[in-house]
Design a protein around this ligand. Structure first.
Ligand SMILES: C[C@H]1O[C@H](OP(=O)(O)OP(=O)(O)OC[C@H]2O[C@@H](n3cnc4c(=O)[nH]c(N)nc43)[C@H](O)[C@@H]2O)[C@@H](O)[C@@H](O)C1=O
Length: 332
């Protein structure tokens, strides 16, 4: 490749999209990103202004295919998704279209571009630990049985499997099987940011309690910029393949709560947490704990932050926002 590569990041306005755009711009790549028409990504302060934005509703297959023929990227990092597992139970059709079918439309066109001989497109799909939700095997590896239980996980399982199909047809297509990864750029619809934003408001005396669902749920939480680094390594790897990206440590939601209150110096966390069944799911996934040994060996990838460091970084960020009067106490 003589000139600098062109990359298309679908869903560039999300947590991972903004970190990935920053990382690839640092490498002098030309970065294009898709934005859902009518979304607020244009005004997203975390999105670098040098990203070239294309408005595209990827749930329409023709639109998804047109994006590839128009941009003719060397790399496609497919992150666009309805990212909330909880909300996927309320929006199953849309979840199937965006988290499942959109990948097929994009890969179909990437394969055509590759077969035309014009360029060998490399496609990286953001797969998810949720494909192993009912696997009953802990920890999970790339070989674990794919047993999703939610609309989110089922749609991701479909696109995950289709990556394998396209790979066997000659497309350089890989799956990054991403376990939970968080940062101050997470919305409060996810439990981690809901907790850290709530703790910051409690520390400031603005609210007394936060309402949560299942505290026993166990997740393998990492630092989002590390997961973006892993996706970049997958894109640049010699061979396309599937990789579990995880820290290898699982903690309960309760442990996250305890660590967050401790980071803010608030005693008696249980005085400030209300259990509200509204935040329970029709079915919650089993213990999601990943074994990322293959990523360590093949990609040289390792997480850089411990669980405690992730929690502390998020709490400190949110306490700073509250101290500067930049956020109000609205938390779901
Ligand atoms: C791997 C996977 O990781 C993420 O999905 P998620 O794990 O569903 O993330 P979450 O933060 O919504 O839930 C984590 C756990 O926390 C429990 N929980 C308790 N109380 C509340 C609560 O009040 N709110 C929420 N949201 N969850 C709660 C909830 O029941 C669940 O067991 C996404 O990145 C997704 O895109 C992805 O691929």
């Amino acid at each position: 490749m003589t000139s600098t590569p062109t990359v298309l990041i679908t869903g560039v306005g999300g947590q991972d999209g903004t970190y990935l755009a920053e990382k690839l711009l640092e490498r002098d790549w030309t970065v294009w990103g898709t934005r859902q028409p009518g979304s607020h990504a244009k005004h997203n302060p975390d999105l670098p202004s040098t990203v070239k934005i294309i408005e595209a509703d990827l749930s329409e297959s023709k639109t998804a295919q047109d994006v590839i023929t128009e941009i003719r990227p060397h790399y496609v990092m497919h992150l666009a998704a309805l990212s909330s597992v909880g909300q996927s139970w309320e929006r199953p059709l849309e979840t199937a279209q965006v988290n499942g079918l959109a990948a097929i439309a994009l890969m179909e066109e990437c394969l055509a571009l590759t077969k035309s001989g014009e360029r060998k497109v490399r496609f990286v799909n953001a797969s998810s630990a949720e494909i192993f939700a009912g696997a009953g095997e802990v920890p999970q590896t790339e070989q674990s049985p794919i047993v999703p239980i939610s609309p989110y996980g089922s749609a991701k399982a479909f696109s995950h499997n289709m990556v394998g199909s396209y790979r066997s047809r000659g497309l350089s297509a890989s799956n990054a099987i991403l376990y939970n990864h968080d940062s101050p750029r997470r919305p409060t619809s996810f439990v981690t940011r809901k907790i850290t934003a709530g703790v910051a408001q409690i520390a400031a005396g603005n609210i007394d309690t936060i309402s949560l669902g299942n505290l026993d749920s166990m997740r393998d939480w990492g630092w989002a910029p590390d997961y973006v680094d892993a996706m970049t390594r997958i894109a640049l790897a010699d061979e396309p393949d599937d990789f579990v990206i995880a820290t290898g440590e699982a903690h309960t939601v309760r442990a996250f709560v305890i660590a967050a209150f401790a980071a803010a110096g608030i005693p008696c966390w249980s005085d400030h947490v209300v259990i509200d069944p509204r935040f329970n799911r029709p079915a919650d996934s089993g213990v999601l704990l990943g074994n990322a040994r293959k990523a360590h060996r093949v990609l040289g990838w390792k997480p850089t932050k411990t669980f405690k460091q992730v929690v502390t970084a998020m709490v400190e960020h949110d306490m700073d926002l509250v101290a500067r009067g930049l956020v109000g106490p609205q938390i779901p």
